[in-house]
Design a protein around this ligand. Sequence first.
Ligand SMILES: Nc1ncnc2c1ncn2[C@@H]1O[C@H](COP(=O)(O)OP(=O)(O)OP(=O)(O)O)[C@@H](O)[C@H]1O
Length: 934
Amino acid sequence: MYSPPHAGDSDSEGSLLLSDVSVSPPRGRSQPPPPPPKPRPSPKHTATAKSKSKPKPKPKAKPKPVASAGTAAAPPPPLPSAALSDPHGLASRIAAAPALVAATSTVSSSSFRRLVQSRNPSFDPVAAFSAPAPAPTPTPAPVPTPTEIPTAAAAQCPAPDAPPRARPKRVHPNSVSEVPPAVAEAEQPKRPRGSGEGNFVRLNINGYGRKRTFRNAKARRPTKYRSWRRQGAGGVKPQGYGDEEGDFVAEALMEREKKGEVGDAGVLKAVEAAREDPSEQNLESLLRLAYGYDSFRKGQLEAIQKVVAAESTMLVLPTGAGKSLCYQIPAMILPGLTLVVSPLLSLMVDQLRKLPAFLPGGLLASNQTSDEFHETLQRLRGGDIKVLFVSPERFLNEEFLLIFRDALPISLVAIDEAHCISEWSHNFRPSYLRLRASLLRRKLNVQCILAMTATATTQTLEEIVNALEIPSNNLIKTSQIRDNLQLSISTSDNRLKDLLLLLKSSPFVDMKSIIVYCKFQGETDYVSKCLCDNNISAKSYHSGLPMKNRSRVQELFCSNKIRVVVATVAFGMGLDKSDVEGVIHYSLPESLEEYVQETGRAGRDGRLSHCHLLLDSTTFYKIRSLSHSDGVDEYAISKFLYQVFSCENSTGSICSLVKESTSRKFDIKEEVLLTVLTQLEIGGQQYLRLLPQFSVTCTLYFHKTSPQLLADKDVLVRSVLNKSETKDGNFVFDMTKIANDLDITVNEVIDHLQQLKFSGEISFELKDPAYCYVILKKPDGLNTLSANITKWVSEVESSKITKLDAMFALANFAVKGCQRTDGCSGSQHTQCIQKKIMEYFSKNEATSDNDYCAQPHKSSPFLQADIKVFLQSNSFAKFTPRAVARIMHGISSPGFPSATWSKNHFWGRYVEVDFPVVMEAAKAELVKLVGKGA
Ligand SMILES: Nc1ncnc2c1ncn2[C@@H]1O[C@H](COP(=O)(O)OP(=O)(O)OP(=O)(O)O)[C@@H](O)[C@H]1O
């Protein structure tokens, strides 16, 4: 459900679960005798990826200059300094999307259409339903015996090109079905045609759904798409998207479009029956007909029944346990629209692909043009969309919220990756803060909310349940760890060497799909290159790569053409590859939530799979340092608030803060600025209303009529001439000034400029992406507000550190403290890790086991002297204690970027000394300097 907005490497997601969910016992423990194993086709890979890989695509010509939000990727290899600057690549992860809407199949839910029609009598729906072919289903399978993970010392390297051994087919541990594979295969109904991944809903990326009206059918989609992209406001591509990203989305949608288009009259009958009586029997029959599955997995039926009864529900199921079904089936049954809030464009596209054929879907993400938005709206109003995926940022758009008030009934809001709502989760997203029951009721008239997550501590759950007002007895939670995963940990002084040994030894040597997780982008490139050099077919994946390359890697991995993906946390969300057999953590995950989610990408097919963690304290210290990168000082927050509410920003008018320069000025990361602004909107007192983000600096070029003559005819041009400066003969102005002058929205200003552009009168360029807002009330005193906000941000920072410490303590306990009883042996620690994880998730607050957590040093003999030398030799710069401590810890910040400061001799020198200790030392030195200066 995350990353990540501009997507970064840190949005991880989903996780898995536990032993109590499983009906079929895990492989390798006390299993029933396995049915005759079906050999897997032997892999065709091993060291072939390199030679087969296509030549790099030529870089595309970029559209005209629009300032981007500064999402520079960390440079490749040598990892250290620069790679540390954006370990998550957050900036580029959560890319806003063009409006994408699936044209419906003709088989849309008839009652929904009737309902929409009753509110839009002018609409004339097509009501055709066609019958699909039945289809097959997954089958249960046997389990091999767990194998000990080799340590570097013990591992025997087989021939590098030894082919992986075939494994028997798997069964999902959570599958309720006990039917033996052969029987299951024979008896299970076939899936309706088009219900497989990538089928059903015909998509038109512009949301028009008028596939057959285009004359140039061959070139239509890409051409249309690209021209749409170029026609973004100001003739530039929408911010947040590269051409590659656009292409990726368009390709995904075209692929969908090519596939199935039919529904099933049988399914419709089953829907009607379930609507009349949502009994277990009726819902199971619908499940069988619609998906070809035998029975519900644990938690699914209960969740579906609650949602169908319009009861808000909190659902915690492990990664791959089938949460999507819990909103898809209600979406078929409920009369109105189902709105699914999802944190990542790629995740939305993936979920859209997976909708069954008869469930027409659509997608709206932020940063679409107004035309795009309205066309999508039209399809919504026509009842052609039954499930609409939206990014949380959409809720900033009043126009978006308004459309649902009168004409469009929403039956259900499903919030995917609901843990992003909580700042105590491992993956907090400011834009999720806005998702409150009160807002959803008030603005969307929604009564039923389904919150879904795979990993949430008790504290996080409490926060979600409170925000969404979910009754306490509507919490459906199974344990968060799947029991078909064999978990092992070993310490490592040379991780690369140990990784190579692992990959060349049993059981990993036999696996055809492995994910290796690293912390830093540069690290993934470096490690994957080393693997290739050692005849292991591998590719790297991180958010610094163009979207096209990323999707290519994912595609190659999913089709088993590469064996190993070496990735940051950016890889895996929404990845529904069931036969990933191994996950290796080359770097320590930042939290147990992240560990559970990432290991959960293995063994989704229910077969025994292996997860190994290479533990080293150097990485732990590095990551711990980085946990301080979001920290703020009260002084900086206070100055920032002063600017937000400055005198020239009057109540009721549109104000803006250019993201990059504001972030640099206050040395506060952009995400933190957004979090603070969101707090000002949804905290106890509402001080402002956030608007969608725009690029606010516009340069206007006149082409036909002279500026003055055009100003005589056009009121907006007149305002521009009054409010702009001239630079090189062109007019440069702030969009919000024009909007305020004319009392219109920034969107309307852009629309008007666009019209003038189409008429050939002007062209324009936009730059400086900014946070936009309207002040509703100025705070009485900024001091208390700054103190409260700073305290809150600091608590969030501490919580991150505690989570990391808990992860490290668990791993350290396994290698140093585990007595290797109760099933643990050698480096295999499944039992003790599972136990600790369950304890962690059941506690009210994240805590770490201090006996096993390496504590950073509380002092250092040379620290003070080094800081003194540093300050003296850099007297040109203006430092705060936090800025000095960040440099000593090797943490890049907006005001002191690694590109400049990583060359400094002291960069990252005190990573192992506690950050607050370094800050204190820096403060003492700075005070001395000020004293001398005075
Ligand atoms: N009752 C069921 N029987 C068999 N397969 C099922 C069942 N329900 C879901 N599945 C399959 O399980 C797979 C995972 O489902 P889904 O993607 O919904 O999981 P998820 O819980 O959302 O995972 P994640 O947290 O990774 O997003 C899908 O391929 C889905 O079709």
